[in-house]
Design a protein around this ligand. Structure first.
Ligand code: FBP
Length: 554
């Protein structure tokens, strides 16, 4: 294998564990805390999870290890989108498992949940693990988005687990995957299989967090990567002084990624989907908000700027989400074929005009033609609009351009408006994990094994106090059912982990809201630079501004 110098150096990096896990396996004792209940809908969740509901929270402390000695055979999967640090969760899990008993075995099921369903796995050994330590990506075993949620699938997983003598399964995933981990844990308990299920919180989107889980892994590295790129673009904009850069950043639903990047780089504009929804902002209002900043800057000859647009924005705009719902109905089932058979865009446009309500057609009609066509062409396997593929950075730049043309004609705007577009998503999902993510992930994996060893089932590996140095981190576990509530999904009430959206009364948003007016019209850019892996801790080990502000630190 050809190795880059950084890759070689990162193999040697020794991730930092929480202080309480540093004394060796024989010195890790468990302390049970209070019994838990779900964040809402307690009766319903309890009825759905009779075997795993209400369990106690758990913390590991220094003391005699009292876990029962038995050979463990653990299966692990990576589920959903890539996030930096996944390899370290697996290496932490492997190291704890082998340090406990060299006879223990770790199997990696390939391609996400499909690996468990198809019994497709590899057996990890030192050589394999060592080749992936502290590296980005999920390529060690791959990932997948198959949903593991039906009883018939659980039967297959249990059968395959039995075939391989599995004592536990670790699911590394986001809110959906860990919701499914909780359901699988309940199934395993109900059937008396003795197989434990443990989850680990992953997603660059940062929306799997709550009072127990302070951050999902990968958010730190991904946002640092995007912030580096945005900072570089800001510096270019401030040097050339001729472009407005419209930058879409990943985050399928919540705007945590956009907000963190804004806190790191102080752009002129950053839209926050949750605010747009709360204020019921229209497309015209958002357009005017951006155009006002461009106009003010343009009139003082600052014909450049940076606007960050979260990937999930359109679904938060009430009139846009109503339009999407109507389009989904308009093309439901066989109607898609009828639409596709129409000879050209004019015929399709007439079909759309007839099919939409007057309000939705008005919204549709103000969209640039490229976006109109995307709404009808990019569809998922169920025929629904693929919202994340909508080029919202182009949508808003085009609308702002049209608005500025009107203002120019009216004589209020005298500037120039050159545009560049960017989409930052895949650039960050497989970056070398920052020291924070390398440490956090290794700790999550190590800790997941301690939960297995102490016999817990249906728990999420929990490492907290993570805005502090790793020495002070606290390791333990939380029953997944504690994070659940009932939500309407595809016409049914389902028990799910509550997704964390940006809180408008939270400190990260409040800090942003306090400064954004100044950032909009003046040039206040900050340049975070590249992730640093070696050097002083205050440069290399710090985590996100979001987490610091949430923890009341600056
Ligand atoms: P997860 O929630 O599964 O971690 O994935 C997050 C994400 O990176 C989103 O930000 C993005 O919308 C999506 O995955 C893209 O996934 P894909 O490449 O599978 O379309």
């Amino acid at each position: 294998m050809n190795l880059s110098p950084l890759q070689k150096a990162r193999y040697e990096y020794q991730p930092k564990l929480p202080g309480m896990l540093r004394n060796g396996i024989a010195e890790i004792s468990v302390q049970e805390g209070a019994a838990t209940q779900s964040v809402a809908d307690q009766d319903k969740i309890k009825a759905l999870f009779p075997n795993t509901y209400g369990k106690k929270e758990v913390t590991f402390v220094k003391g005699k290890n009292t876990s029962v000695a038995k050979k463990q055979v653990v299966g692990v999967i990576l589920s959903g989108g890539q996030a930096p640090g996944g390899h370290n969760v697996i290496s932490g899990l492997y190291d704890a498992l082998k340090a406990t008993n060299s006879e223990n075995v770790l199997l990696g099921f390939k391609g996400g949940p499909d690996g468990l369903l198809n019994n497709d796995y590899i057996t990890f050994d030192d050589e394999k693990i060592n080749a992936y330590r502290n590296t980005g990506g999920f390529d060690i075993i791959g990932s997948g988005r198959t949903k593991l949620e039906k009883e018939s699938q659980f039967d297959i997983v249990a059968e395959n687990a039995k075939k391989n003598g599995l004592t536990a399964i670790v699911i590394i995933g986001g809110d959906d995957s860990n919701t499914n981990a909780a359901t699988l844990a309940e199934y395993m308990a109900k059937k008396g299989t003795g197989i434990q299920v443990i989850g680990c919180p992953k997603t660059i989107d940062g929306d799997l967090k709550n009072e127990d889980i302070e951050a999902s892994f990968g958010f730190d590295t991904a946002t640092k990567t995007y912030s580096e790129l945005i900072g570089n673009i800001e510096r270019d904009a401030n040097s050339a002084k001729k472009y407005w850069h419209f930058i879409k950043v990943m985050g399928r639903s919540a705007s945590h990624v956009a907000l963190e990047c804004a806190l790191e780089t102080q752009p002129n504009i950053c839209l926050i989907g949750e605010e747009v929804a709360a204020k019921k902002m229209s497309i015209a209002q958002i357009t005017n908000y951006i155009a006002d900043a461009v106009e003010t800057r343009g009139n003082k000859k600052e014909n450049f700027g940076v606007a960050i647009i979260p990937e999930g924005i359109v679904e938060f705009i009430p009139e846009f989400s109503a339009l999407i719902a109507e389009i989904n109905d308009l093309l439901a089932g066989e109607k898609t074929d009828k639409f596709n058979a129409l000879p050209d865009w004019n015929a399709k446009y007439d079909f759309i005009k007839k099919g939409l309500t007057a309000e939705s057609f008005k919204v549709f009609d103000i969209l640039p033609q490229g976006i109109q066509q995307q709404l009808f062409l990019e569809r998922d396997p169920h025929g629904n609009v693929q919202v994340s593929l909508i080029e919202s950075e182009k949508l808003f730049s085009e609308l702002v351009k049209n608005e500025l043309a009107k203002r120019k004609a009216a004589g209020t705007y005298k500037g120039k408006f050159g545009i560049q577009h960017h989409f930052f998503g895949y650039e960050g999902r497989c970056a070398f994990p920052s020291n924070f993510d390398a440490d956090y992930c290794y700790s999550l994996g190590y800790n997941a094994f301690m939960l297995i060893q102490y016999g817990f089932n249906g728990y999420l590996s929990k490492v907290s106090n993570i805005a502090k140095p790793a020495e002070e981190w606290v390791a333990g576990g939380m029953p997944i059912t504690k994070m659940m509530n009932m939500e309407r999904r595809n016409g049914e009430d389902k028990p799910v982990i509550r997704k964390a959206l940006v809180e408008l009364d939270g400190e990260p948003f409040k800090f942003f809201a306090k400064h954004r007016e100044e950032w909009a019209v003046n040039t206040c850019f900050t340049y975070p630079g590249a992730i640093q892996y070696y050097g002083p801790a205050e440069v290399c080990d710090l985590t996100t501004r979001t987490l610091f502000l949430e923890k009341g630190q600056n």
